[in-house]
Design a protein around this ligand. Structure first.
Ligand code: CP
Length: 350
C-alpha cells in the first residue's frame, strides 16, 4: 500500500492549540481528514500507523473524544491505550506530589515515551482544581518532557481537535469560509463548563478570515490573551472579530451559529481568590433566556447550528433546532472528530 504524502508530514509535532499552526497547515490537516473520511466511508483500508501506540490519559469523562481517538487509532492500524489517572500513580505537577499516589509528569512522560508513539491528555475543571490554566500547564509539562508528540484532548484553555472538526464541518457547507458570519454565543447551562470550546472556536474562525462575532452576557468574557490572538488573526487573515452582549443581535444574518455554555471566569482562580462554584452557578442562572430556538435561527442567513456536544437539551438549545437536519451540523461535527484526529495522528506519528 502506498502512503499518502500527508503521512509523517508533521512528524514529531505536538498538537496543543490550533493557533500554533498556520492557516495553510490547518488547511492541510482538513484536506487529509477529508481524504480519510472518503476512505472510511468507502471501506478503503488506511493502515498508516501499523504497530504504533497512542496513550490516552483522561482526567475527565468523554464520549466523542475517547471513542473517536480509540476507533481512529485502530483504523490506522495502531493501538490506543486508555489510562485513567487514578489507576496509575496520578501524573502530577511538582507542587501537588503525594508519595506513592502521584508521579511527576516529567517521569510519566519520559516512561510512556519509551513504550509508545504519542501521549494524548484531557484535563480541565475539577481535575485541574478549577484553577483556570492549570490543565493547560499539565499538558505543556507533558510536552516539555515527552520525546513523542503530545495531543491536547481538551484542557481548560483550548479544545483544538474540536475546533478542527468544527472548521471541517463549516467547510462542508462553505468550502471558502472567508467572509462568512460565524457567531460564537454563550448559551445557558446549569452545569459548570470550561472556556476551551469558545476560545478555540474564535481562534480558528478568525484564522480562516471569517467575520467572527462573540456574543455573551456581561461577565462571560473570554481570556484576554485569546481575545488578543483572535484580533491578530482577524488582521492577518482578513476577517473581523467583534463582541456583543445580545444573542438576537448576534444571530441576525449569521451563516453559522455556535450557542454553547461556558462558566464566568471571575468565580475561579486566578481571576478570583478562591473557587466559587455556587457563585458561578447562581450567576449563570440569571441567563436562562440565552437558549437557541427556531425563532432565533429564523434571524440567520439560513444559518447552520453548531455545538461540540454534549449539548444540554432544554437549556442551551431546544430539540427542534438540534434535531432539525436543515439547521444542525451537530452530528457532522461529532463525526469529523474521527477524521481530523486520524489526520493529525497520521501526520505527527507517521
Ligand atoms: N466534544 C467533546 O469533546 O465531547 P466529549 O466530551 O464527549 O469527548
Amino acid at each position: 500500500m502506498s502512503l499518502p504524502s500527508y503521512v509523517g508530514s508533521m512528524r514529531g509535532r505536538d498538537f496543543i492549540n490550533t493557533n500554533d499552526f498556520t492557516q495553510e497547515e490547518i488547511s492541510e490537516i482538513i484536506k487529509a481528514a477529508m481524504d480519510l473520511r472518503e476512505k472510511f466511508r468507502a471501506g478503503v483500508p488506511t493502515n498508516y500507523l501499523p504497530g504504533k501506540t497512542l496513550f490516552m490519559l483522561f482526567y475527565n469523562r468523554s464520549l466523542r473524544t475517547r471513542n473517536s481517538f480509540e476507533a481512529g487509532m485502530h483504523q490506522l492500524g495502531g493501538h490506543a491505550h486508555f489510562l485513567s489517572p487514578q489507576d496509575v500513580y496520578t501524573p502530577t505537577l511538582p507542587e501537588d506530589m503525594i508519595p506513592y499516589q502521584t508521579e511527576a509528569i516529567s517521569d510519566v512522560a519520559r516512561v510512556l515515551s519509551r513504550y509508545g508513539n504519542a501521549i494524548a491528555i484531557r484535563i480541565y475543571g475539577d481535575a485541574a482544581k478549577w484553577f483556570i490554566g492549570r490543565g493547560n500547564r499539565v499538558i505543556l509539562e507533558f510536552a516539555k518532557w515527552s520525546d513523542v508528540p503530545v495531543l491536547n484532548m481538551e484542557d481548560d484553555i483550548y479544545h483544538p481537535f474540536q475546533a478542527l472538526a468544527d472548521m471541517m464541518a463549516i467547510m462542508q457547507v462553505a468550502p471558502k469560509p472567508r467572509g462568512k458570519k460565524f457567531v460564537v454565543s454563550y448559551a445557558y447551562s446549569g452545569g459548570l463548563k470550561p472556556l476551551a470550546v469558545p476560545q478555540s472556536c474564535v481562534l480558528i474562525g478568525t484564522q480562516f478570515g471569517m467575520d467572527v462575532v462573540l456574543a455573551h452576557p456581561p461577565g462571560f468574557e473570554l481570556e484576554d490573551h485569546v481575545i488578543k490572538a483572535a484580533k491578530e488573526n482577524a488582521d492577518r487573515y482578513g476577517g473581523s472579530f467583534t463582541i456583543v452582549n445580545d444573542m438576537k443581535e448576534a444571530f441576525r444574518d449569521a451563516d453559522f451559529v455556535y450557542p454553547k455554555a461556558w462558566s464566568p471566569k471571575r468565580y475561579f482562580p486566578p481571576y478570583n481568590s478562591k473557587v466559587d462554584k455556587d457563585g458561578a452557578v447562581e450567576y449563570q442562572n440569571k441567563f436562562k433566556n440565552w437558549i437557541c430556538t427556531p425563532e432565533l435561527m429564523d434571524l440567520t442567513n439560513r444559518g447552520k447550528y453548531m455545538h461540540c456536544g454534549p449539548a444540554d437539551r432544554g437549556q442551551e438549545v431546544v430539540d427542534e433546532v438540534i434535531d432539525n437536519s436543515s439547521y444542525s451540523l451537530y452530528f457532522e461535527q461529532a463525526e469529523n472528530r474521527l477524521h481530523v484526529q486520524k489526520a493529525v495522528m497520521s501526520m505527527v506519528m507517521g
